[in-house]
Design a protein around this ligand. Sequence first.
Ligand code: HEM
Ligand code: NAG
Ligand code: NAG
Ligand code: NAG
Length: 816
Amino acid sequence: MEERIMHYAIYSLLGVLLLLSCSKSLTLDKVVNPTEDSDTTLVQTAEKAPNQQILKDATLLKTVSDSLPIIESRIKAAAKIEKSFFDSGIDHADVRNTDFFGPHMLTSAKAVDIASVGELFSGVTKYAVEKLNIPRQSIDQQLSKRIGILDERCPFSNVPDCTRSAASRYRTIDGSCNNLNNTLWGRSFTPFERILPAVYDNGVDEARQTSVLGGPLPLARKISSQFHQTSLKDHFEPDLSHMNMEFGQFLSHDIQRNALSTGTFGAALDCCGSSEPESRSKCLAIEIPADDPYYSQFNRTCMNFVRALPTPKLDCTLGQRQQLNQNTHYIDGSQIYGSDEQTSTSLRTLSGGTLKTGGDATAPNLLPKDTNNAANCILPASDANVKCFLAGDVRVNQNSALISIHTIFMREHNKIAAGLEALNNGWSDQIIYDEARKIVGAMLQHITYKEYLPEILGDAIMNKYGLKPLANGYFNGYESKMNPTIKNEFAAAAFRFGHSQVHDSLKYNNKAQYFKDVFLNPAIIYDTAGGVDSITKGLTDSYSQKVDERMSSHLTRHLFERKAGFGGDLAAINIQRGRDHGIPLYQQMKTICNVSSNVHEPSVWNALSSLYRNPSDIDLFSAGVSEKPVPGGIIGPTFACIIAKQFEALKKGDRYYYENSGDQAFTLEQLDEIRQTTLSKVICRNTGISFVPTNAFIKDTNVRNQKMSCKGVSAIDYSKWKCGWSNWGTWTSCVNFIQVRLRTCKQQKPCATDFCTGDVFEIQKCGSVRNVEMPQIEAKIEQLRAILVTQQNNYDIMDVNTAQDILQTFMHQNAV
Ligand code: HEM
Ligand SMILES: *[C@@H]1O[C@H](CO)[C@@H](O)[C@H](O)[C@H]1NC(C)=O
Ligand SMILES: *[C@@H]1O[C@H](CO)[C@@H](O)[C@H](O)[C@H]1NC(C)=O
Ligand SMILES: *[C@@H]1O[C@H](CO)[C@@H](O)[C@H](O)[C@H]1NC(C)=O
């Protein structure tokens, strides 16, 4: 509590300082000046809602200042109730003891601080809506304004100083300073944004639970058990490997980590533990119907579910409840490196640019061990050696396949760091770390856009949104106005399509390990028959399930199960999460995506719509995941639209996108080297696997995808990163017994500029020179040398054609 109060004080102070010092940079037209007495300024957006009562600024201002003490005392009262749940032992002091959320519940203290302001903003908005009778449909229009007296509490007003980062070759760890006009865009601990306004029951912050016809929506668990039934055996995606699923999860953890509610002192909330779970605003327990086809045998009527934490919007205007992304939004490897300085430093050896490793003699070169078992993994009593792992994202231990791919990319980083160190460029630990991180981030982007997304979206959509990487040259499509922020509809619904791809089991060493047994269980990583190699090979050697309404029972009955019958249901959680976030209705998304009417098999549509009172109520996750796939892709047109738009923003709105030119750019020869990357090569370089499918996302049973041997796969060509002289180029042709060759000084960043001594050219005699001509030729060579030195000092000659011209001209004028 004390810590929280202190943060409040700091925010307030920062807010005041900011107001005093840079009030000019604030968008004044959107701020309601707290001292302005005039009531003539109309609410900016009022004309967009002509039938609405027109609010006067002064009225709004007074309402807000009236509300503050009331809301603050309500928040205090709620905290007291929360504490009583903690004191009575309903909540678990140990956050790790929560069923069904596992590592997703490891919310950062920083998120909790921001959320306390978010709660205040929601409270004030709700108060104003009631007091001023603002119609539901126009809440964001009418209230989307900054209010001076709230500004000082804004957790996002501490604008970073980007003067150094602006010209930096490297991303910041937290993603700030990427967009130089909106320096917080994409930073960790910033809100998600929305494609469409939220659909909350009270318009502001209450989860959607009511049908458009009135009465309750169908229960999330009921939709899951009736519609997202267990995957059929062998209901495969014909071409795709299970790696397609796992890389999707790995990528998802790069770009988003929702912040879930925790209780007093960070305790894990148990929303099923109290007699009146409804009374807890942080809870939205999932009700299990009495006749549930599975859980009823265990007499279970309630599944724990906590609401995601609220956050103010990035501009700290009032409005609908929004959720918080704890990771950087960009594709930048933050699941490997962390999204804040403290985490990233804790993962480094601080020597040679490498990341820390763990493991032991039988299972070497693993991720560093989580000796405190912060994620509450299942550890064998018999072997104290077996521990879970640390990485840039706390969800790393969620399942063994995820641990494996994390391990491979950690190794790739260390391999690159060693390769860069061996160049003897004189680089410090920091430069090697930064450069290796930059390369790994670029590889992740290349694999995402070149190999992963085309299988998901199909060729036509890849082209429509400009998502394909170039074959050569720089991409000049950076748009500083393109906001990369992860969209709530993407995080809470569309990109969860991957949950439908999950197979019942992981394959390794010709064994199949049920998925329910690999949650938070590192044992098979250490297993000599299993291990990273075997699990990875299993991922490329087995199929991904088809993307459809069906999900594996390991996710819909046994998620993070510790006791038979008490596992979670991820389909129900996805539906409930959508309602918690006020995710717009399926039909609204379909309209905004211009999707024509029939995109479901009639039987599928009937099965789904018959569960709802009205088709307008249908949840986005359920209807989106069950659409018929787009040509060449595996998801339907509505999810494809949301996902393509998001990846377009992550490409064009990322100043550090790997194909961009500019201060931060790779040289073209480095870029060409990055473009050679495939996931298969990364696997080959960092495991003992002998054969992999050429494209790791596609099963090698497909004719377009033969197996390749890992023998021929070498490390990336580090010489493209070497500082100093290049090798000599070819000699020019011989002109009157003289020829010239050139080399270049590679002093691209981050090379030191004084790395090259000597000349960029070399001159020699050629052809059969008679002795008598020798002195004359040597004199000419000296004359030519003088000319070339002048050229060199003016940085004029750089290529072999110019050298040839100079030689030609010189000889023409000074024929021997
Ligand atoms: C391998 C098995 C997987 C398991 C056990 C799993 C489990 C979970 C869980 C428990 C959550 C939190 C749900 C909530 O409280 O709202 C979640 C969120 C999510 N999952 Fe998965 N997932 C898996 C694979 C995948 C895959 C393959 C993808 C995508 C291709 C994916 C995409 C997402 C997304 C986008 C979120 C929301 C993330 C956020 O905003 O924090 N997941 N998953
Ligand atoms: C920021 O915006 C200004 C004016 O709107 C524009 O001139 C400038 O190029 C932008 N800077 C960046 C880095 O996008
Ligand atoms: C469930 O409740 C019924 C009726 O109260 C009882 O007979 C049964 O033993 C219970 N089952 C379990 C698994 O607790
Ligand atoms: C939908 O169609 C409208 C009108 O043609 C167009 O402006 C909009 O960009 C389209 N949206 C998508 C997602 O294609």
